[in-house]
Design a protein around this ligand. Structure first.
Ligand SMILES: Nc1ncnc2c1ncn2[C@@H]1O[C@H](COP(=O)(O)OP(=O)(O)O)[C@@H](O)[C@H]1O
Ligand SMILES: [Mg+2]
Length: 272
């Protein structure tokens, strides 16, 4: 579905991305992680065709982004900017959601149906002014506008930065729901707990290079990779790592609680 082959990219003389190759299948939920300046946002812009590779190729559903119009790619890919205010440009919630729909579709009835569907899914009032909404609500509105056109691929550049815990979960649960329905999701995220909870695959960027690509839990066990990318693993994973033998498969609070209860029950049984 998405295939990068030996992609290099430079904005000017300095190389921003070096020799990146990977393949993402339909329906995957992948996270891109790495320190600030590692090239994550640049990679997102290459994935949605806003930027073209300096060398190598990016293919979306078999279309080479170097030779495909952005408008054609826009039908397949929804791109959420880190800052919703770069996305929101209309005076009411309904107009904002209609903006993308009307660019892609002509059928009035179909458009009206989609608008109603998304308004009720997100619980928005059509006539609200987007700029009276909270930051979290504006992020939800930006996401609602993307979801209205039902893209096959969602690319999210730090969708939860600046949101509180509840707002973060609201956004992520909608994304999870879309993924369950078959949407391919690629998300840049700084919060390793969110990555662990939602992404099944992780790509690690460091200095413009892809230094790891694998199943989320196995990447969080690669201490050298995390160190090189200046990333701190989720707290439970790091505690489990320190506890060592017997705790290898522990990544979440629930798993830690379960294992400790199990161990203390065993101990009690032995004592009795
Ligand atoms: N529009 C631009 N022009 C020139 N250099 C840029 C531009 N955008 C980003 N860069 C540089 O490219 C590198 C990667 O940036 P970016 O992709 O934004 O990283 P990240 O999203 O991982 O923080 C940084 O060194 C940054 O300064
Ligand atoms: Mg960025």
């Amino acid at each position: 579905m998405i295939r990068l082959q030996n992609v290099c990219f430079n904005y000017d003389r300095d190389r921003t991305l070096t020799d990146i190759s990977f393949h993402i299948n339909k329906g995957e939920f992948a996270a891109i992680i790495g320190a600030n300046g590692a090239g994550k946002s640049t990679l997102c812009r290459l994935l949605n065709g806003l930027l073209k590779p300096s060398s190598g190729s990016v293919e979306i559903n078999g279309l080479d982004t170097g030779h495909t119009k952005s408008s054609v790619l826009a039908r397949q890919i929804g791109f959420l900017f880190q800052n919703p205010d770069r996305q929101i440009c209309r005076n009411t919630v309904a107009e904002e959601i209609l903006f993308g729909l009307e660019l892609l579709y002509k059928d009035r009835e179909f458009i009206a149906e989609r608008l109603e569907k998304v308004l009720s899914m997100f619980g928005f009032s059509a006539e609200d002014n987007p700029f009276n909404l909270s930051r979290g609500e504006r992020q939800r509105l930006a996401l609602a506008s993307l979801i209205a056109v039902e893209p096959e691929i969602l690319i999210l550049d730090e969708p939860t930065t600046g949101l509180d815990y509840k707002e973060c979960i609201e956004i992520m649960e909608i994304v999870r729901e879309m993924n369950k329905k078959g949407t391919t999701v690629i998300m840049v995220c700084h919060d390793m707990e969110v990555v662990l909870d939602y992404a099944e695959r992780v790509l690690v960027l460091s200095g413009g290079k892809l230094i790891a690509d694998g199943e989320t839990r196995s990447v969080f066990c690669m201490n050298d990779v995390l160190e090189q990318a200046s990333l701190i693993p989720p707290q439970m994973a790091s505690l489990a790592g320190r506890l060592g033998s017997g705790f290898e498969d522990v990544f979440t609070v629930e798993e830690m609680t379960e294992l400790i209860l199990e161990k203390s029950n065993e101990k009690r049984r032995v004592e009795v």
